[in-house]
Write a protein that binds this ligand. Sequence first.
Ligand code: AMP
Length: 273
Amino acid sequence: MKIIRELESLKAERAGLKGSVGFVPTMGALHRGHLSLIRKAKEENDHVVVSVYVNPTQFLPGEDLDRYPRREESDRKICETAGVDLLFMPKTEELYHEDEVALKAPAYLGYILEGNRRPGHFDGVVQVVMKLFGLVQPTRAYFGKKDAQQLRILQKMQEDFFIPVAIVPVDTVREEDGLALSSRNAYLSPLERRQALLISKALKRASKMVMTGERSVSRIKKEMMETMAPIEVEYVEIVNRDFRPLSQIELQNSIILVAAKVGKTRLIDNIWL
Ligand code: AMP
């Protein structure tokens, strides 16, 4: 595996990769969730490129940019073991320019839910992913359904800009007890870790309700809020695949999304029905 920090080296190495290239963009502190994306990329492509870059433009002032976990050594080992060809760790000075062209996330999709709580977050996401796509020129790019709204926005970006890449969604990987894996779980104290479990518990409860015939969004939301009463819920929303709110569950076309704060840590999770 080659570790690449300079754009010139990335371009040279990329030019040497023949056949299909699977790309997994990450912010590092890699866990089994990331690994599942890498494995899928490995199965479906001749080569795999992983980027590790904590992108400053997707953090709002006052968010956790400075304390976001950085674990270069273990990221390197995980990628090496998984058979990654290129591990790309770009530097901000090279990636961003002065007075550059700035993309904007879609006016609706980019500013509801996560985008409402974190206005401008998805502008930063589309900006960095567009850059990385231009550099890596992947055949396929892998994104987790854990970040459902991000995934939808990047699918839109691919469609809207006719980018010749296939966006591949990957299922959420969870701990045995249900907690969705996230680099931010590292912030949780043992007590908070137990409280965080209420998020996946509420989603499981919702999924059971739907399985037993419940279709009313308001009743499902109410039950979920009760389950999560001990934590600070920012939103529970049930939307269709285009993120339009639903009043009745539509099977194969609904996503239940939760954002909640456990202590100081903000967590998101969802299920696709
Ligand atoms: P991040 O490093 O948090 O920016 O995540 C990089 C990629 O990994 C994104 O496409 C995420 O959606 C995906 N990802 C993060 N956590 C998980 C998980 N638990 N299961 C599957 N994919 C995940």
